[in-house]
Design a protein around this ligand. Structure first.
Ligand SMILES: C[S@@+](CC[C@H](N)C(=O)[O-])C[C@H]1O[C@@H](n2cnc3c(N)ncnc32)[C@H](O)[C@@H]1O
Length: 214
C-alpha cells in the first residue's frame, strides 16, 4: 500500500480541530468489545497497534490520530488483515477525550501509550503538546485500577514533562525511578525505529493507576 502524504504537524488548537468527533458503537467496531482496551494516543500511521493487535488477540486496540488521511490508511491496513480487535479514530484527543472515554465499555480501559508526541519546541507553542493536566485527570477516571500508562520520547524535556504531569496526579505512581532502558511492549513505533537507528537516546517511563475508577 503506497504511503499517503500528509502535513508533518497540525496545530491541535486551530479552529478546525475544536469540535469533538462522533463516537462509533464499540459493540459494532470490535469482535468482542468487553476485552481489555489499549489506547495509543497520537498513533500516526498506526503500525505499533497494528502489530500489537496481532500479537495480543485477547486485547482490543484503539489508535487516536489527528491527521485524518493517516487514519483512513490505517483502517485500510487493518481491514486487509481482517483484524477485529483494532480500530483507529480520527480525533483531537484534547477536545474529544471526554466523549471518547465516556463512550467506552465500562472498566475496559487497561493500558495507555503516548509515544513520541509532537515536541512543539518553541515555548509559545508548548500548549499544543498533547499531555496536559486535563488529559491526565480524565485518563485517571477511566483507566482501571492497576492499569498502566507508558510514555516515551527522544526529547528529554518532553519526556520529563509527561513524567511530571503523571507524577503530580494522585492516581498515578511511577513504576521505576530511572528511565526504562527498553520498550516494555518490545514493539517499536515508527518514530522509535528511526531514533534507535541513529543511536539516539529514548526516555521511557511507566505509571500505574491505583484507587477507584468510573
Ligand atoms: C511524532 S508523531 C509519533 C507517532 C507515533 N506515536 C510514533 O511513535 O511513531 C506524533 C503523532 O501525534 C499526533 N497528534 C498530535 N497531536 C494530537 C492530538 N491532539 N490528538 C491526536 N493526535 C495528535 C500527530 O499528528 C502525530 O501523528
Amino acid at each position: 500500500m503506497a504511503l499517503v502524504r500528509v502535513r508533518e504537524h497540525v496545530n491541535p488548537l486551530s479552529r478546525k480541530y475544536q469540535n469533538p468527533v462522533a463516537m462509533p458503537d464499540w459493540g459494532q467496531v470490535y469482535g468482542n468489545a468487553s476485552q481489555p482496551l489499549h489506547l495509543d494516543i497520537g498513533c500516526a500511521r498506526g503500525k505499533f497497534v497494528l502489530e500489537m493487535a496481532q500479537r495480543e488477540p485477547n486485547w482490543n486496540f484503539l489508535g487516536l490520530e489527528i491527521r485524518e488521511p493517516l487514519v483512513h490508511q490505517a483502517l485500510a491496513s487493518r481491514d486487509a488483515l481482517g483484524l477485529q480487535n483494532l480500530h483507529y479514530l480520527f480525533c483531537n484527543i484534547n477536545t474529544s477525550i471526554c466523549p471518547l472515554l465516556a463512550s467506552l465499555e465500562p472498566r475496559t480501559l487497561s493500558r495507555i501509550s503516548i509515544q513520541f508526541p509532537d515536541p512543539w519546541f518553541k515555548r509559545k507553542h508548548q500548549k499544543r503538546r498533547v499531555v496536559q493536566p486535563e488529559i491526565v485527570d480524565q485518563l485517571s477516571k477511566y483507566l482501571i485500577s492497576g492499569g498502566t500508562v507508558f510514555v516515551q520520547s527522544d526529547v528529554l524535556d518532553v519526556a520529563q514533562e509527561m513524567v511530571d504531569r503523571f507524577s503530580e496526579h494522585p492516581a498515578f505512581s511511577r513504576q521505576h525511578s530511572d528511565w526504562l532502558p527498553n520498550n516494555p511492549f518490545e514493539v517499536p513505533t515508527e518514530r522509535e525505529v528511526g531514533v534507535l537507528s541513529l543511536n539516539n537516546p529514548v526516555y521511557r517511563a511507566v505509571f500505574q493507576k491505583h484507587g477507584g475508577n468510573v
